[in-house]
Design a protein around this ligand. Structure first.
Ligand code: NAD
Length: 482
């Protein structure tokens, strides 16, 4: 049995004062303990905040290009360890290997991207009304950032919060999800080896209700960036705003793909299957509703069922679709399948746990398709977070658009159509932070903004790209008279 992993606080690897640890098991084989992490408490979290506060001046006064050099070096170290990180990610979270490797590569790319941004941060010089005045703006770091992240993209999401926070000169306390914290610990190791000064990044593992809540409430933190479920995120938003913090929350989704009458049913089914069953449906941007024109409905359903039934489900190490991350996520998906049947939806593919030696013990579920779904059913309204697609039949484009928007969420939405006017209308009218034409709802570029509408986001600030830096900077306007 390997040693329990420690917290990273003030440049040291330290045990929690609780003396307690928590095991992480392999979702493809839950009897296998993959690693053990600190089960930290409020005091551990407060000590991490103290370290981040103490490191603030040194880091904000470190020149941007030097901050960038450290980020670049950390990205390069992660790249050298890509295979090892991919294995940790598969073992803790369960993703299929190409998905896990792609996610690790995304984190590497994010570190490299923000390494150049650290040098570019500046401001603008403007004309002054009087003579002998330099009038200009500066972008300054905000302070100590508290980052709280989910398990489903355990390296990409921490990277897309952490890299801009550090590039802009903030110090950080980070609480990864307890289910899959291993890759975040490796990010801390890479930054430490790259020469990040002590206290600039502090990683504490443990429950959200103690560690996460202390990060938010502690008066030493200035910013809170949270990604996770809408239920928790709404509480986090309230706690953070009550405490007067700058806060962004990115939350759940119920993402539609609208299939128009001009769509090729096979191409549309590829798009929906990739969006719905990729990452075992455990993406905030996963397609969970296919809204299909009646003229192509039967052909589309046949094609989608074919894709669901031909997916190879098994351990992420060598199969196309991995398990759900935990027993409770699996039970929740199976419960939604029961609810959908109870509501009168027709189960046309999957619906249960697969059989076979390799999938006997893991948290596996079959790719599942329901037809005859009405928009007001729970299966069409609530986030399932498993590989379940609800197909809703509509009689024209307007109805499809109305159904697409008929949910509380608004993260990602796509349309499959050959009609350019329809595509433009969808872009105009879809209530979602990401809108795609002839593409799956999942998959993001790292250099453009990301964030949701409605209950998918606090709608306060965007993440990623240049917009990602805005959250971590504050503008100062200088009137320099000479
Ligand atoms: P979750 O809300 O259960 O947990 C997210 C994080 O919050 C974890 O680190 C958890 O420990 C912490 N937490 C829990 N209670 C807390 C509290 N009281 N105070 C502070 N922190 C607390 O979410 P999850 O199950 O880890 O992730 C899945 C969810 O995340 C899904 O709903 C998914 O849609 C969403 N998600 C959204 C995006 C996005 O960008 N919009 C991206 C990925 C995932």
């Amino acid at each position: 049995m390997t040693e329990p992993s420690k917290n990273y606080v003030n440049g040291e690897w330290v045990a929690s004062e609780t003396g307690e640890t928590a095991e992480v098991t392999n979702p493809a084989n839950p009897s296998e303990v993959v690693a053990t992490y600190q089960h930290s408490n409020e005091n551990d979290a407060a000590a991490a905040v103290d370290a981040a506060v103490a490191a603030e001046d040194e880091w904000r006064n470190t020149p941007g290009p030097e901050r960038g050099r450290i980020l670049r070096e950390a990205g390069t170290l992660l790249a050298q360890r890509k295979d090892e990180l991919t294995e940790i990610l598969i073992a803790e979270e369960g993703k299929a290997r190409p998905e896990a490797a792609g996610e690790v590569q995304r984190a590497i790319d994010i570190f490299h991207y923000f390494s150049t941004k650290a040098a570019d941060l500046g401001g603008a010089r403007k004309g002054a009304s009087g003579p002998n005045t330099n009038l200009y703006t500066r972008q300054e770091p905000v302070g100590v950032a508290a980052l709280i992240t989910p398990w489903n993209y355990p390296i990409a999401i921490p990277a897309w919060k952490l890299a801009p926070a550090l590039a802009a000169g903030n110090t950080v306390v980070l609480k990864p999800a307890s289910i899959a914290p291993g890759v975040v610990v490796e990010i801390a190791r890479a930054l430490d080896e790259a020469g990040l000064p002590d206290g600039v990044l502090n990683v504490v593992t443990g429950p959200g209700s103690s560690v996460g809540s202390e990060f938010i409430g502690n008066e030493g933190t200035d910013l809170v960036s949270f990604t996770g479920s809408s239920q928790v995120g709404e509480m986090v938003y309230e706690q953070a705003t009550d405490a007067g913090k700058r806060v962004q929350t990115e939350l759940g989704g119920k993402n539609p793909t609208l299939v128009a009458d001009s769509a090729d049913p096979a191409e549309a089914a590829d798009i929906v299957a990739n969006g719905g069953f990729g990452t075992t449906g455990q993406s905030c941007t996963a397609c969970s509703r296919a809204i299909v024109h009646e003229d192509v409905y039967d052909d589309f359903v046949a094609e989608l069922v074919d894709r669901a039934e031909s997916l190879d489900v098994g351990p992420g190490t060598d199969h196309e679709m991995g398990p759900q991350v935990s027993e409770s996520e699996l039970s929740s998906t199976l419960e939604y399948i029961d609810i959908a049947e109870g509501e009168g939806a027709t189960l046309v593919a999957g619906g249960g746990v697969p059989e076979g030696e390799e999938v006997e013990t893991g948290h596996f579920v079959e790719p599942t398709v329901f037809t005859d779904v009405d928009s007001d059913m729970r299966i069409a309204q609530e986030e399932v977070f498993g590989p379940v697609v609800a197909v809703i039949e509509v009689s024209d484009f307007d109805e499809g658009l109305a159904v697409a928007n008929d949910v509380d969420y608004g993260l990602s939405a796509s349309v499959v159509t050959d009609d350019h006017t329809e595509a433009n209308r969808f872009v105009d009218e879809a209530e979602a932070g990401v809108v795609k034409v002839n593409d799956k709802t999942t998959g993001l570029e790292l250099h453009v903004p990301f964030g949701g509408f409605k209950r998918s986001s606090s709608e306060t600030w965007r993440e990623q790209g240049d917009a990602g830096l805005d959250f971590y900077t504050i503008e100062k306007t200088v009137y320099d008279n000479y």
